[in-house]
Design a protein around this ligand. Structure first.
Ligand code: ADP
Length: 233
């Protein structure tokens, strides 16, 4: 019975996405079709061929990003809970992204505590990776990201603080919509925050976003600490 409910939840979440996915995949496919047509007509003009190839490459990247995200999302919805050391998990995620941050001249400050909760490790990792990637993307000129972990009564809070370009009120209202992105073509899928939100619902967690344009963004996720109570069956 519980498995069935979980399956229903999963199917509903995926169903919601279907129309969006069709659109998101059809767009790059349409572009690829147009540019191959242009290439056929290019009479070998090098500049045209290069531009077309570049666009085709962008479109392929975009389509595969959408698919990768969805596959991760659907795979993760089945996961079991177990005790997770949050400090170690955050350190893992940061280490995984170490090179990327270095390349972007971003330093990462960790303010962590030994805290263990009963949760789905892979889901939580997925959430953190998405938040960290958004923080990195928001700081093209580099800067500092702070990740802080603390306890508050029955909850634990993970804060991801960046000094990036921030968001307007209008953007903040839309970030959890599937496929909403302000990033240029090929860079964003608009699925990151949507997935974060859905994974958090599953973990019975909450999310709060505070952001100011040209100043930065703070994302706070809260999870319940009580053992066996952190997962919605
Ligand atoms: P994507 O990153 O593919 O655009 P997301 O759903 O993760 O998709 O994010 C949607 C949009 O929310 C981003 O395009 C960006 O405009 C905004 N956003 C999310 N996180 C941040 C952040 N830390 N700083 C600034 N803008 C952000």
């Amino acid at each position: 019975h519980e498995a069935q409910l979980l399956q229903d939840h999963k199917m509903a979440a995926i169903g919601q996405l279907a129309a969006g996915v069709a659109h998101e995949i059809r767009n790059p496919l349409g572009l690829i079709r147009n540019y191959t047509f242009i290439m056929q007509r290019s009479k070998g003009d090098k500049a045209i061929l290069e531009e077309a190839l570049h666009r085709i490459n962008d479109s392929v990247e975009k389509a595969s990003k959408v698919i990768d995200n969805l596959l991760n999302f659907s795979r993760l919805t089945d996961e079991e809970t177990h005790p997770v050391n949050l400090k170690e998990m955050i350190e893992d995620v940061v280490e995984l992204n170490g090179k990327l941050m270095e390349n972007h001249h971003i330093s990462c400050q960790l303010i962590l505590k030994e805290i263990e909760i009963e949760t789905c490790e892979e889901s939580l990792k997925h959430i953190l990776i998405n938040l960290l990637n958004n923080a990195i993307d928001a700081m093209p000129e580099g800067g500092k990201i702070t990740i802080a972990l603390k306890e508050k009564k029955d909850t634990v809070q993970i804060k991801v603080i960046d000094q990036g370009y921030g968001m307007s009120e209008e953007t903040q209202e839309k970030i959890f919509n599937p496929f909403f992105t302000t990033k240029r073509r090929g860079q964003g899928t608009g699925l990151g925050c949507y997935i974060v939100y859905n994974e958090l619902v599953k973990l019975k967690g909450e999310i709060e976003v505070r952001s100011k344009e040209k100043v930065g963004t703070t994302v706070v996720i809260s999870l319940t600490k009580a053992e066996g109570d952190s997962y919605e069956k």
